[in-house]
Ligand binder design. Structure first.
Ligand code: ARG
Length: 465
C-alpha cells in the first residue's frame, strides 16, 4: 500500500507508485466497487478514527495529528451525509474517504494509512456493517412475530383444519396454526444472533496479511469498535468471510420460512379455501379483471426467498478454492450480503403488514373441519376402551368408507353402523366427533389442546419480552 498525495487532474488512488502508466479503463471499470460498497462509509470513518487513535498510542502519530485526523474524519462523514457523491476515479469507499480526508485536512491525511491495508479495513467495515444489519433485521423479525402473536390471540378459540399432504388432516386451534409460523422465526433470530457473534471478531491490525508493523493495541481497538474478540491469525483475518456465509444462511432460512407462511396465506385467500381476506392496503388489483384481489406482497415473499438462496450460493462459490489471505474475488462478498439484507428489509415489513391487515373468516375455517377429520379421535376413543390401535384403525376406516359411499357426514351414520364396525362403540361416541373434543384431548406439551395453546402463547410472548 502506498499513500499518494492527490494530484490535480489525476484520480486519487491508494496505490500506483510502481506503475508507469495508469490502469486501462476496462480494468478500472471491473475493479471499481464504490457503487456497491459506498454504504460502508460510516463504518470506514468509524474504524479510521479508532485507527488514528491507535497509531497515536503506538507512537506513530503525534496526538495533534491524531486529533486532526479525528476531526477531519468527522467532517468527511458530514460531507458524505450531506450528499457528496463518488467521482469517476473513486475506486472504492476507502479511497473516497481518503480523498475527502485529504481535501479536509491536507497532507496529514497521508499518515492515516500507516500499518493498515484495505484488506483489514474492508473486512473490519463489512463486519461492523453486518453486526448492525443483524440487529436491524432482528428488530424487523420481532415486529412480524408480534403481529403473529396478536393474530394468534384472536384465533385462540377458533378451529380450523390442519393439513398433511395438503389434505385435510385434523382439527387444530387457529392460534396453533399461526404460532407454527412463529417458532421458525424464533430460530432464525437465534441464527442471526450467532452470525452477528461470528462477525464480532476484529480483523483491524492484521495489515495486508502479516499483521501491522506498528505496536497498535488491538484490544483497545476491539473495545472501541464494539467487537467481542480479536482475530487470532492475520492471514485468516483478511480472508475470512464465514460470517457473511452465516448471515446469508440465516437469511436463506428466514426466506424459506417467509415463503412457507406466504404460501399458506395465498392458499387460504383463494376462493377454494376462503379462510382469509387480504386487507385493502395489502391487496393489488388486475389491469383486466375488475374482481381481482391479489396478494402480491405475499407472492413476492414466496418468490424472493430464491434470491437469498442465490446470494448464499454465490458467496460460497466465491470462497471455495481461494488461496489463503485476501484475494480480489472477495470484493464480490458485499454484493451478495447487501442484496440479501436489502431484500429482507423490504420483505419483512411487507409480510408483517399483509398478515396484520388480513381478516380471518372464522366460520369458513370452522366449516372446513369435516367429521372424517375426527377419524383418528374415534380410533383413540376405541383405544381408551382397550381396543388395539390396529383394530380401531380398521374399524374406523370402514365407517369412513360407509359415510363416504353414502355421501354423508360420519355424524349422520346410525348408531347401528358404529356398533357393527366395532362393538366397543357406545352412545358417547357422538361427542368424539366434535372438533372441540378432539382439541381437548391434546393438552400434551406442544399440542393443540386449549391449555397447551395458552401455554404456547405465553411462551411466545416471553420469548419476545
Ligand atoms: N474494495 C476492496 C474489497 O471490497 C477493498 C480491498 C482491496 N484490497 C486490495 N488489496 N486491493 O474487497
Amino acid at each position: 500500500m502506498n499513500d499518494q498525495q492527490p494530484m490535480a487532474g489525476k484520480s486519487h488512488k491508494l496505490w500506483g507508485g510502481r506503475f508507469a502508466g495508469g490502469p486501462a479503463p476496462e480494468l478500472e471499470a471491473v475493479n471499481r466497487s464504490i457503487d456497491v460498497d459506498f454504504r460502508l462509509w460510516p463504518f470506514d470513518v468509524q474504524l479510521s478514527k479508532a485507527w488514528a487513535v491507535a497509531l497515536s498510542n503506538a507512537g506513530v502519530l503525534t496526538s495533534e495529528e491524531s486529533k486532526e485526523l479525528g476531526f477531519g474524519l468527522d467532517e468527511v462523514a458530514r460531507r458524505i451525509q450531506a450528499g457528496v457523491t463518488p467521482e469517476a476515479g473513486d475506486e472504492d469507499i476507502h479511497t473516497l474517504v481518503d480523498r475527502l480526508l485529504h481535501e479536509v485536512v491536507g497532507s496529514v491525511a497521508s499518515r492515516l494509512h500507516t500499518g493498515r491495508s484495505r484488506n483489514d479495513q474492508v473486512a473490519t467495515a463489512t463486519r461492523l456493517w453486518s453486526m448492525s444489519a443483524c440487529a436491524r433485521l432482528d428488530a424487523m423479525i420481532r415486529e412480524l412475530q408480534q403481529v403473529m402473536i396478536t393474530q394468534a390471540e384472536s384465533l385462540e378459540g377458533d378451529v380450523m383444519p390442519a393439513y398433511t399432504h395438503l389434505q385435510r388432516a385434523q382439527p387444530v386451534s387457529g392460534a396453533h396454526w399461526m404460532l407454527s409460523h412463529f417458532w421458525p422465526l424464533e430460530r432464525d433470530r437465534r441464527r442471526l444472533a450467532a452470525a452477528a457473534r461470528a462477525a464480532a471478531v476484529l480483523p483491524l491490525g492484521s495489515g495486508a496479511i502479516a499483521g501491522s508493523a506498528f505496536p497498535v493495541n488491538r484490544t483497545v481497538l476491539m473495545e472501541t469498535l464494539g467487537f467481542q474478540a480479536v482475530s487470532p491469525n492475520s492471514i485468516d483475518a483478511v480472508g475470512d468471510r464465514d460470517f457473511i456465509a452465516e448471515v446469508l444462511f440465516a437469511l436463506s432460512m428466514l426466506g424459506a420460512h417467509l415463503s412457507r407462511l406466504a404460501e399458506d396465506l395465498i392458499l387460504f385467500g383463494s376462493s377454494e379455501f376462503g379462510f382469509v381476506r387480504y386487507g385493502d392496503a395489502f391487496s393489488t388489483g388486475s389491469s383486466m379483471m375488475p374482481q381481482k384481489r391479489n396478494p402480491d406482497a405475499l407472492e413476492l415473499a414466496r418468490g424472493s426467498g430464491a434470491r437469498m438462496l442465490g446470494d448464499l450460493v454465490a458467496l460460497l462459490g466465491t470462497i471455495k478454492g481461494l488461496p489463503s489471505g485476501y484475494n480480489k474475488d472477495l470484493q464480490e462478498d458485499k454484493r451478495s450480503l447487501f442484496d440479501a439484507v436489502d431484500g429482507m428489509t423490504l420483505l419483512l415489513p411487507a409480510v408483517a403488514g399483509s398478515l396484520g391487515t388480513l381478516t380471518f373468516k372464522r366460520e369458513r375455517m370452522k366449516s372446513a373441519v369435516t367429521s372424517s377429520m375426527m377419524a383418528t379421535d374415534l380410533a383413540d376413543y376405541l383405544v381408551r376402551k382397550r381396543v388395539t390401535f390396529r383394530e380401531a384403525h380398521g374399524a374406523v376406516g370402514r365407517l369412513v368408507k360407509e359415510a363416504e359411499d353414502a355421501g354423508i357426514e360420519m355424524t349422520e351414520l346410525p348408531m347401528s353402523a358404529f356398533k357393527a364396525a366395532c362393538s366397543a362403540f357406545d352412545d358417547d361416541v357422538m361427542q368424539e366427533l366434535l372438533p372441540a373434543t378432539s382439541l381437548s384431548h391434546r393438552n400434551v406439551a406442544g399440542g393443540t389442546g386449549p391449555a397447551s395453546v395458552r401455554q404456547q402463547l405465553e411462551a411466545a410472548k416471553a420469548s419476545l419480552a
